[in-house]
Write a protein that binds this ligand. Sequence first.
Ligand SMILES: C[S@@+](CC[C@H](N)C(=O)[O-])C[C@H]1O[C@@H](n2cnc3c(N)ncnc32)[C@H](O)[C@@H]1O
Length: 431
Amino acid sequence: MAKNTRIIAAQTLVRVLDGGQSLTSVLENTLPALENPQDKAFVQAVCYGVCRYYHRLQFILTQLLDKPIKDAEIYALALVGLYQLAFMRVKTHAAVSETVDATPRKKSWAKNLINALLRRYLREQDQLETLANLNPVALHSHPKWLIFRVENDWGENAAQIFLAANEPPPMVLRVNALQTSRENYLTQLTNLKIDAEVVETCPSAIRLVKPVAVFSLPNFEMGMVSVQDTAAQYAAGLLELREGQRILDLCAAPAGKTAHILESQPDLECVAVDIDATRMLRVEMNLQRLNLSAQLIVGDATQPESWWDRKCFDRILVDAPCSALGVIRRHPDIKLLRRTDDLIALPALQAAILKSAWSMLKEGGLLVYATCSILKAENEDQIATFLAENPNAHEMPFDSNPAKHGWQILTGENGCDGFYYARLRKVNLAA
Ligand SMILES: C[S@@+](CC[C@H](N)C(=O)[O-])C[C@H]1O[C@@H](n2cnc3c(N)ncnc32)[C@H](O)[C@@H]1O
């Protein structure tokens, strides 16, 4: 008999909540074992949903219990049950009975507990949801430390950021300009009845009305298209790429931006560096699918002496390791896995990578600094410090406000992931 999907979802969540593993990697192992596509879709939707609304569900669960549930699997199953009742369009009685039935046989003591708390939630739903709305952690469904950081940086815009971070993201495609035009690809999608529209602000981007499996996208396997958020697709355009340039893509894996650089201007010498050898294997696979090539180096961006050939670059993209708080809507487990301490080391690492990148840039060359973060410490404060310490760095502004460094896209702004860009030109001070 097929295993109940609710317990599969609960066991997946335990590996995130207790095991500290990323939801993407756990699902990569879990989903292939499920034969039925509807089961796969259900497990995926429940796991993403529970991570997205974990802080709210946890608050409600606490109200429903006299004492905490110590068993991790039963605790996760209770969250799975509550998520279905609070957020999914499922028949409530079926959701309760299926979740109760999912209780493992050797933990039959928990059946009554799950049954009682889910039924009590249904009876007291309005009061419990009202109570949750009065508690900031439950209201925004973000951890307290993160609410503090975002409110500190963004004041009254913070509530909108939390709201956008809890929305499922759109699926955005990047059309490979070497293979077809955006208009042509849109026609191919229309012919397959996949509803989509062009993103006016970004020449390579098409937004799907509803996400689909990548392999149902026309000519995906031959590299005509890739999946990449609009915000990430701005990087290649900001680099002002020209024929014959030597480009360094520092922190390149899994090569979303490397590929876009090469699709935008194939006549380049492109060097892609990343410290993570496993992620570098994905770079190889991704470039292979797109029929693109670059020089790939596994190396530490802060230690270029171990891999750099001393030839300076015309353009450098620093897509820095960051808190990734701008992509919580795509990876809601970030809210569960990231700790406030993680954020302490990142600005220093980003500064070290920037410094090292600057030493490899030609005079007159352009460096684009990017993060998928919305925190000022990783973004505009980082660039302000860099400019103060490097008089030969001239910022190319994005707007007329000189007090603001770079371009901060807040989560959900124009449908984009949260992202940050700054452009720095290396000038000759003696000239
Ligand atoms: C934001 S991701 C890059 C995404 C990539 N540019 C893309 O568009 O697909 C940051 C990358 O920085 C890499 N990284 C972290 N520390 C590094 C270091 N000291 N040197 C080189 N790469 C590093 C990580 O392995 C990770 O792949």
